[in-house]
Design a protein around this ligand. Structure first.
Ligand code: NAP
Length: 503
């Protein structure tokens, strides 16, 4: 329970997916009053929204779950429905559902200096006030919809993967899938053989390595339910991946880990496309293994070999009444166009208007260069915490959410202990950490190819360049020295004596 001090802060959490639930769980455990605002009608976030056929996680289930909420997973890589059930289960098991306001979108946050709190503006027109805000809106939540000329002319159906239209028939129709990222790979594998003809448009390939996704036998499930076995499996997976990520080994172009990973993908390409050198060439990337997010799939490549599937190795440039035109000028007649074109990941909090101290607009402050302290705090934005903020994306997002949630609670506890009303990160701490990040990331594979990791400025703004243990350590140790605490202003207080010094 929190230590004694000022009144317990009230907290608004925005978003009820993995990250929002991690925050809610910590807040509940520590006795805070909080509300989770969620646009959808239930918890689940990205796993509730992304309902495209074949949607399945790429991270092994024991790692893609909370340390505090183990689960009897049915398979090594669970699908969308099971992941959503898991998140519903977490909400129920820890009594979090009662704290949710479903069907409610937060539009605007305004810091009120006098009251030392955030005014949270909802789409209902209500304005509610909270001491602190935790944004947990996800990294991949705003679709990147290409603004192709002629889109409005198309007489068929056109939709983004994250806005899946289950009312649109795909069986027996001519379907185009634009993009060849992880989402496309899963959809393509499902639609091959269902569509009359499937055309896949690829701008630039990513590396693909095989993934064995199998259901567990009853015996295996029973084995995994044992708490000791479960912990051992989780630790083993972490250690395996941590060995590749620690010190950024996996993102060193031409390094041992990178070279080994590329070789696995090259061998896989050579094996599947042994008799199709044209496809093999078109699907071979020129970048390092993680120049783009690698695709883990054993079904994508074989689907491209089907007679009723065509890979067009060109971007789509415009839409006509009856199809799309690729970069070579060739028209492709289609009944349905699915844009698997990804998300505006580098535009953090782009669906939200945030005004911090002295009305400072977060979007203006960031421009094309979003940066934060460990992805969590931004100077001039007191009592605002981000989950999955800038430079925190890598192999262990769920682990990170737990560390970020603990960071929030530690910050609020420290604020109370000091009798302060606001906590803010020091600007020099943000700058110092981001100089280190930039040095690491500029030389990394992430900076090698077009991808969603980079903002319009060219800086890699979504990715974390090291291991989970480093992130854990930094969130534990850097906090107190990097924060400053403030007291509510009073009539007699000068700006200087409002500031409480930090040891
Ligand atoms: P993505 O990785 O950003 O891929 C978008 C694709 O669309 C890219 O191939 C891109 O080409 C292409 N594209 C964009 N505009 C285009 C155009 N005008 N013409 C042709 N192609 C175009 O997006 P995503 O596949 O949705 O995946 C996003 C992230 O979601 C993943 O990295 C992963 O983190 C997550 N995800 C995870 C899973 C899983 O765990 N299994 C599944 C799905 C998604 P360029 O590469 O040339 O830009």
């Amino acid at each position: 329970m929190p230590s004694t001090g000022g009144a317990m802060p009230s907290v608004a959490v925005i978003g009820g997916g993995f990250a929002g639930l991690a925050a809610a769980h910590q807040l509940k455990r520590n006795g805070y009053s909080f509300t989770v605002f969620e646009t959808e009608d239930g918890p689940g976030g990205t796993w509730r929204v992304n309902r495209f056929p074949g949607a399945e996680v790429d991270t092994p289930a024991p790692m893609y779950s909370f340390s505090f909420a183990p689960y009897d997973w049915s398979r090594s890589y669970p699908g969308q429905a099971e992941l959503q059930s898991y998140l519903e289960h977490v909400a129920d098991r820890f009594g979090l559902r009662a704290h949710f306001r479903f069907g409610t979108t937060v539009r605007r946050l305004v810091w009120e200096e006098d009251g030392q709190r955030w005014a949270v503006h909802l789409d209902t027109g209500e304005v509610l006030r909270f001491t602190a805000v935790v944004t947990a809106v996800g990294l991949l939540n705003v679709p990147n919809e290409p603004a192709w000329p002629g889109r409005e002319l198309f007489t068929g159906d056109i939709f983004h993967t994250a806005r899946w239209r289950s009312d649109v028939t795909l069986d027996g129709r001519r379907v185009g899938v634009v993009g060849t990222g992880s989402t496309s790979a899963q959809i393509v594998a499902e639609l091959g053989g269902r569509a009359r003809h499937l055309t896949v448009f690829q701008r630039q390939p990513a590396w693909v390595d095989p993934k064995v996704s199998l259901p567990f036998t009853e015996k295996e499930r029973a084995r995994r339910r044992h708490p000791v076995t479960r912990r051992l499996i989780r630790w083993r997976l972490f250690l395996q991946l941590e060995r590749k990520w620690l010190g950024g080994r996996i993102i060193r172009p031409g390094g041992t880990v990178d070279t080994r990973a590329v070789k696995i993908c090259q061998d896989y390409l050579a094996e599947v496309f042994a008799d199709h050198p044209d496809l093999r060439a078109a699907l071979t990337p020129t970048s390092a293994y993680l120049g783009k997010r690698a695709i883990h799939s054993s079904t994508f490549y074989p689907t491209l070999l089907r007679d009723d599937v065509t890979l067009v190795p060109h971007a789509v440039e415009r839409v006509t009444e009856t199809g799309v035109v690729d970069a070579t000028g060739q028209e492709h007649e289609l009944d349905v166009v699915i844009t698997a074109t990804g998300f505006r990941a580098a535009e953090f909090l782009c669906g939200l208007e945030v005004h911090g101290r002295a009305g400072r607009d977060l979007k203006e402050k960031w421009g094309d260069d979003p940066m934060a302290f460990l992805g969590i705090m931004v100077d001039e934005m007191p009592n605002l915490f981000m989950m999955y903020g800038p430079n925190t994306n890598y192999y262990a997002p769920v682990f990170n959410f737990e560390q970020q949630a603990k960071f929030v609670v530690r910050s609020l506890r420290e604020m109370r202990r000091r009798g302060a009303s606001a906590v803010e990160v020091r600007p020099e701490a943000v700058r110092r950490l981001n100089r280190w990040l930039k040095r690491r990331l500029d030389a990394s594979s992430f900076a090698q190819a077009p991808n969603y990791f980079r903002s319009a400025s060219g800086r890699v703004v979504t990715q974390w360049p090291d291991g989970a243990s480093v992130y854990w350590l930094l969130t534990r140790t850097l906090h107190a020295r990097s924060a400053r605490f403030f007291r509510a202003p009073s009539a007699s207080a000068s700006p200087d004596n409002r500031h409480l010094s930090v040891p």
